[in-house]
Design a protein around this ligand. Structure first.
Ligand code: BTN
Length: 327
């Protein structure tokens, strides 16, 4: 997938430490002239990276980078994940979900994990844009095949939330919670989101693209386009290399998907309930067609939200629905 970005990749690896590197050394490393190095450095600006140049010292990145590294991810993955997952890393694409959907549409794909440093058109739920600055966060999509059609998938996005919470907790992040249907929160601030997309036969063999975005080290300026309270792994005081986090996410995902294939969401419901940040809270459920006020009473075995209204407890399924705390 990296294509003609491979030279840029080598340049980034060299500059990631934030130290000065001379044009001559960089040229030797890439096997190109100093003028060609300069051209490549210009391209880094298109990623939103600031390069400083000082006469006699060379070039450096204004801020050091923690780049994803395939060997480090593989080494830190569980054995089960290593067996079942194929990694596909790139510097920049439109959206890991869009890329994974294109791959899935071309044939049977299972276990393909797409990870990138930057998305130019990251997709959020409800058609929103997902802010995806270079090298700052996790942008991951995993393609998984399901034989039982759409009916076997109910609660899958909630199950993925459980996997993410397990991964973050295992890496020492306290207080991770889930907001129905699938926001990752810490202290009411959004840490990450999950976007599932499906291709194939809704009544039979289908492939699901499990998209996960987690804020890791995004700065305030980079997040200027986000219109809700947000946080990041680093803002919560946890320093973890993104490759390590990616490996933990994939390991927990493979584990949770195995549990899901045996018992469905029912087997993960109690764990989800323990992470539910809106349990017993007064909420308003918004969908395209309606707005329903009630008290959140957890979820059922299919992952539907249980809302206690004047008419009793009603189950609400996914789709274009969101929950807001009532004022
Ligand atoms: C949300 O709106 O809460 C869901 C956000 C999901 C973002 C992730 S980032 C990796 C994957 N690729 C995308 O384009 N979107 C998902």
């Amino acid at each position: 997938m990296t294509g003609d970005l491979s030279n840029l990749g080598s340049l980034l690896v060299a500059l990631a430490d934030g130290e000065f590197h001379s044009g001559e050394v960089l040229g030797t490393l890439l096997g190109v002239s100093r003028a060609a190095v300069w051209k490549q450095l210009q391209k880094l600006e298109a990623f939103g990276l600031a390069v400083e140049s000082v006469k006699g010292r060379g070039y450096r990145l204004a801020t050091p980078l923690d780049l994803l590294a395939e060997p480090a991810i593989r080494a830190a993955m569980s054995e089960a994940a290593r067996k079942q997952v194929t990694l596909d890393l790139a510097l920049q694409i439109d959206s890991t979900n869009a890329y994974a959907m294109r791959a899935a549409a071309q044939g049977q794909v299972h276990g393909l994990a797409v990870l990138v440093e930057q998305q130019s058109a990251g997709r959020g739920r409800r058609g929103r844009q997902w802010v995806s600055p270079f090298g700052a966060n996790i942008y991951l999509s995993l393609v998984w095949r399901f034989a039982g059609g759409a009916a076997s998938l109910s609660g899958l996005s909630l199950a993925v939330g459980v996997a993410c919470a397990r991964a973050l907790t295992a890496l020492g992040l306290p207080g991770v919670g889930l907001k129905w249907p699938n926001d990752l929160l810490v202290n009411g601030h959004k840490l990450g989101g999950i976007l599932l997309e499906m291709t194939g036969d809704p009544a039979g063999e289908c492939q699901v693209v499990i998209g996960i975005g987690i804020n890791v080290g995004m700065g305030r300026q980079q997040a200027a386009g986000i219109d809700q309270p947000w946080t990041s792994v680093q803002a919560q005081g946890v320093q973890v290399p993104r490759s390590r986090l990616a490996a933990e996410l994939l390991s927990q995902l493979v584990q949770v998907l195995a549990e899901f294939s045996i018992k469905g969401f029912a087997g993960l419901r109690a764990e989800w309930a323990a992470l539910d940040v809106y349990k017993d809270a007064p909420v308003t459920l918004l969908s395209v067609s309606q707005s329903v006020a009630g008290v959140a009473r957890g979820v059922d075995d299919g992952g539907a939200l249980l809302l206690e209204t004047e008419g009793g407890i009603q189950a609400f399924h996914g789709g274009e629905v969101s929950v807001r705390a009532r004022k």
